[in-house]
Ligand binder design. Sequence first.
Ligand code: COI
Length: 355
Amino acid sequence: MNVTISVFPSAAKKPKIPASRLGFGRVFTDHMFIMNYSADHGWHEPRIIPYQPIALDPSAKVFHYGQTVFEGLKAHSTADGRTVLFRPDRHIERLNRSNYRLSIPPIDGELALEAIKRLVAVDRDWIPEEPGTALYIRPFIIATEPALGVAPSAEYRFIIIMSAVGPYYEAGINPVKIYVESNYVRAVAGGVGAAKAAGNYAAGLLAQREAAKEGYAQVLWLDGVHRRYIEEVGSMNVFFKIGDTVLTPALNGSILDGVTRDSVIRLLASWGVRVEERQISIDELERASLDGTLAEAFGTGTAAAVSPIGELCWQGNVWSIGNGRTGTLTARLYETLTGIQTGKAPDPFGWTVEV
Ligand code: COI
């Protein structure tokens, strides 16, 4: 790679927060990466600067038409003193797929990886080491052209910020209660549901708020056409263990191609567990709940890792899963995945990348 990333170090360091008070995505490191795009110069001026607010014209397209995409990946410190990223190549590939769908110019993958590595190296001392913590890396792209015509922006900024994080859910790695949403939908095939577009998350907020009022941590989305087929859960992909088989919805164009989803499928396959990626109806889940074969359920995502589901509520019927306790397979997946990510377990797939 022959592009130079300039580094402008911060004059002062912010105080660190104890791990128990981190929460998720509230505590940001001392530096950020930023790079501009213009039609004349393409992506240019990659630089690492002190973490700071950015000034944008109020007419910037991102504010009006939501032309923005993001990623989320993690860095960990290992017991033997290394700093590792988890599958950054997959995240960068997906960022460029999201870019394509939102008509944002692609980013050179090698440059993006170098930017992430350099930024993590500069703020390495922010990586928390307590179990369940990580350095969460949030690359995102915003359309900055000051113009109100509905057309792809001629200017963008690619920014990477980083946050020292604890568990995503307040419940930590305890099972969460999920509300099966039958009123609102998240996405339809042909739309932007498979992209990591900010609007997908905005579209879910009302349902999430209504579910929260009933005591549910997230919603389980059904497909937008039949309102019968499982899509994903909140901001995670979803898996169900029915009998001895693990089921997860196939990538159908409206759900996210999760990096953790792929990792879990590959881990399960390597353990000889039967995994089916296919259409799953809510009726199939109901039958499995009634006949006692719905043994485990969990969500997967970078932020939450593997998050057990202890209860589903579907049209007033409450299905307890595994007596509301974390299933054996779910726990094994959590331990193995986070073990690989933190260097505590071997990495037979070569998923970790050293900084
Ligand atoms: C992630 O799991 O990294 C996500 O992007 C989900 C969420 C925090 C928006």
